[in-house]
Design a protein around this ligand. Structure first.
Ligand code: NAI
Length: 299
């Protein structure tokens, strides 16, 4: 496997492209938006600079990594040479279904179609193609260059050859692949999202403020980041989509998204990517303040 195409260059796509390129793969990064691609390359550049400053890589390795990444907005011209595609577009089944049909039609027969989906069924994505045995979940964690885990999801028809190639490629990225079967939320989000939703519910019911909830989970449970801030980093729209999949998939009220989360997504307060979520990131991304709607006595 040499030629990797990453489709979607948002929060996750740029990190995935970065990791593949840093580990000697040729990467084509595709997005509908030219501006988003520019932003992605700027982010990759900054993250590589950070690695150079920490002496994880040399300046030459940084330049070589950047040289291995090409960008494109035209899907049709981009897929003929691909050995592996990682789909990292928005968490929306209609968008992904359309893309899987196109990828199936435009790529060579040996090409594996992987999705970075947080929760959508891999079996369902496979059903939009004529090669469900080559469709697999490759769920990277955010921020991709730092987090070691790849949750690998085997769909109902994913064959063992595809699985073994993905385990090998994951290790070539210096990541740890761990296997999950294809059920709603897989493992990571089936456990994480109910916790985030409960934190939002506690805020909604006035049990405590944003800072208190996050600090209690940080200081009390040793979590590196509170659940509300983590939701901001994931993107509140992504959190809502995952909860909807869990809610629908299990028909169990415990997964129903908190109305406050629904309201915030409808208002466009999506967290870090929109500038405001539970915190306000517009002045200083590294030192966010509690968003004005949620200010309480302690803030
Ligand atoms: P995002 O909203 O930051 O980026 C999505 C990108 O896809 C945008 O740049 C958009 O222009 C592009 N796009 C949409 N439709 C497209 C198409 N048809 N062709 C090409 N590009 C297209 O989303 P994010 O957060 O990067 O999520 C991507 C995927 O990764 C989702 O499936 C999400 O569930 C999953 N994921 C997200 C995590 C997170 O922390 N945000 C963590 C792990 C997985």
């Amino acid at each position: 496997m040499k030629n990797i195409t990453v489709i979607g260059s948002g929060t996750m796509g740029n990190g995935i492209a970065h990791c593949f390129a840093q580990n000697q793969f040729n990467v084509l990064l595709v997005d509908l938006s030219k501006d988003q691609l520019k932003k992605a390359i700027t982010t990759i550049n900054k993250n590589l600079d950070r690695q150079v400053a920490k002496e994880v890589i040399s300046t030459q390795q940084k330049e070589e990594t950047l040289d291995r990444i090409q960008t494109s907005t035209v899907l049709e011209n981009s897929l003929k040479e691909a050995d592996l595609i990682i789909e990292a577009v928005s968490e929306n089944i209609t968008v992904k279904a359309d893309l899987f049909k196109k990828m199936d039609a435009l790529t060579p027969a040996h090409c594996i179609l992987a999705s970075n989906t947080s929760s959508i069924s891999i079996t369902k994505l496979g059903s939009f193609t004529k090669r469900p045995e080559k469709v697999i979940g490759m769920h990277f964690m955010n921020p991709v260059p730092i987090m070691r885990l790849i949750e690998v999801i085997q769909g109902f028809k994913t064959d063992n050859d595809t699985l073994s190639q993905i385990l090998t490629v994951s290790k070539a990225l210096d990541k740890t692949p761990l296997l999950s079967q294809d059920y709603p939320g897989f493992v990571a989000n089936r456990i994480l999202l109910p916790m985030i939703n409960e934190a939002i519910e506690a805020l909604f019911q006035g049990v405590a403020g944003v800072s208190e909830i996050d600090q209690i989970m940080k200081l009390g449970m040793g979590h590196p980041m509170g659940p509300l801030q983590l939701a901001d980093f994931i993107g509140l729209d992504v959190c809502l989509s995952i909860l909807n999949v869990l809610d629908e998939g299990f028909s169990n009220l415990k997964y129903a998204p908190c109305p406050l989360l629904v309201n915030m997504v409808q208002a466009g307060n999506l967290g870090v990517k929109s500038g405001v979520g539970f915190y306000d990131y517009r002045v200083d991304l590294k030192k966010p303040t509690v968003a004005s709607q949620f200010l309480s006595h302690g803030d």
